[in-house]
Design a protein around this ligand. Structure first.
Ligand SMILES: NC(=O)c1ccc[n+]([C@@H]2O[C@H](COP(=O)([O-])OP(=O)(O)OC[C@H]3O[C@@H](n4cnc5c(N)ncnc54)[C@H](O)[C@@H]3O)[C@@H](O)[C@H]2O)c1
Length: 386
């Protein structure tokens, strides 16, 4: 084990409190899709003494082999697609690290084979896919967790603690979102920006994080209606890609999305997200309540934490005051290690997924509702089949 890995593992075990890892029970893991994010999964599995990555699959010939070689891993079996891997291997769990449009099929096939699934975010592209995944999950009785690692950040947890403490009173209005001035993700090609692979753009890629931050904090109320908007002015402009102007032709998703969503419990959610814009931020996240409101400085929706100290606006003995909540320095294991560890623990103990689909189904319903409402140019009702 490399020094760096040893350090990360020690940090993890130091923070694991009383929970000791049972190394006599190892999980056999397969990785589906060996692109960019699969590298983070692999690094974290290497930090887990009870994980054994035994197989990997990628549609691109030679990619899975090169991936495992990069990690100095010998004897990992590789396959040309997820189906052949699932057929040939007896796996305990898979990490699904494919582009969004392949999430649903890979997850359903793995669950149908009785394999636990850690599925990268966003859950999928459409609500119909999300419902089909959930059906397969229920029928399988296996663990399915969605890859929202910001959930494990101490500052994100603090937002939830603040909301649950009652200090805000009744929450009635939330504004959330974020994004980048220029940040359409094309570092390794066009899988994020083509309709056939990405399916949805900024909306799904980073919008799902903003939504999860606030919805998880308030207990994931059901979405009822949505008015959505999407645009692609930057994505479709060849000037956006100085080295690859041809990407503009391939751009088939959104680079900006906005929406007005009504949630159960009389809560309004005002949302905007950008991969590119002529602005620093489309606004901080604010959670407004009858007793207090919380401002969470916006981020580029990238590093999994808050953009700075949060401020609570409230009243003390008739005076209007502000309380600053400093950023918590979270020096524990990486968020990816926590995401992998909590998923593995749920698989081993048969407990609920750390990021469960009964919540993320609502996240996906909102993304899908925004896309559908934008296409229709009007408000729509969100109907989620049981
Ligand atoms: N959690 C995070 O912080 C984070 C960060 C980046 C990306 N992601 C998510 O991870 C996913 C993948 O992103 P990426 O940047 O790694 O994409 P990528 O394009 O680099 O890699 C995806 C790989 O999946 C392969 N693939 C597709 N269908 C397959 C199948 N049926 N069987 C086997 N392989 C298949 C492709 O050939 C490709 O190599 C996306 O959904 C993205 O939203 C998450």
């Amino acid at each position: 084990m490399r020094d760096e890995e040893m350090k990360a593992l020690n940090a993890f075990q130091d923070n694991a409190g009383e929970e000791k890892i049972d190394v006599s029970h190892k999980l056999k893991i397969g990785i589906i899709g060996t692109g960019w994010i699969a590298g983070d999964h692999m690094t974290s599995y290497l930090h887990m003494p009870d994980a054994e990555v035994v197989a990997g699959a990628d549609l691109i010939p030679g990619k899975a082999e090169a991936f495992f070689e990069r990690f100095g891993m010998k004897g990992v079996r590789t396959y040309p697609d997820h189906k052949s891997m699932l057929e040939a291997e007896e796996l305990d769990a898979v990490s699904i690290c494919t582009y969004n449009a392949a999430h649903a099929q890979c997850a359903i096939d793995a669950l149908n084979k009785g394999v636990n699934v850690l599925l990268e975010k966003p859950m999928c592209v459409t609500l119909e896919e999300a419902v089909a995944i959930r059906k397969a999950e229920k029928a399988s009785g296996k663990v399915l967790s969605i890859g929202f690692q910001p959930r494990f950040d101490a500052n994100m947890k603090k937002i939830k603690e603040i909301c649950e403490s009652g200090v805000l009173g009744k929450i009635y209005y939330i504004q959330t979102g974020g994004g980048r001035r220029r940040g359409i993700p094309t570092p390794f090609g066009t899988s994020f920006i083509e309709k056939e692979t990405g399916g949805i753009g900024a909306l799904g890629d980073i919008g799902c994080y903003s939504l999860d931050m606030v919805l998880n904090a308030i207990g994931y109320p059901k979405p009822l209606t949505v008015t959505g908007y999407r645009s692609d002015f930057f994505g479709k402009n060849p000037k956006t890609y100085p080295f690859h102007p041809e990407y503009a032709e391939k751009f088939g998703v959104d680079d900006f999305a906005a929406a007005f969503i009504r949630l159960e419990g009389g809560i309004i959610l005002d949302f905007r997200i950008a991969w590119a814009m002529n602005l620093d931020t489309p606004g901080d996240t604010i959670i407004m309540g009858t007793e207090g409101s919380l401002r969470i400085p916006s981020t580029e929706c990238w590093n999994g934490t808050v953009g700075g100290p949060m401020t609570l606006y409230h009243e003390v003995a008739g005076s209007q005051v502000e309380t600053v909540i400093p950023v918590i320095e979270d020096n524990g294991p990486s968020l990816f290690d926590r995401k992998i560890r909590t998923f593995m623990d749920a698989c081993k103990n048969g407990t609920k997924a750390p990021v469960p689909t009964d919540q993320i189904l609502y996240n996906q319903a909102i993304l899908d509702g925004i896309a559908k409402s934008a296409e229709l140019g009007r408000e729509i009702e969100i109907t989620i089949p049981e």
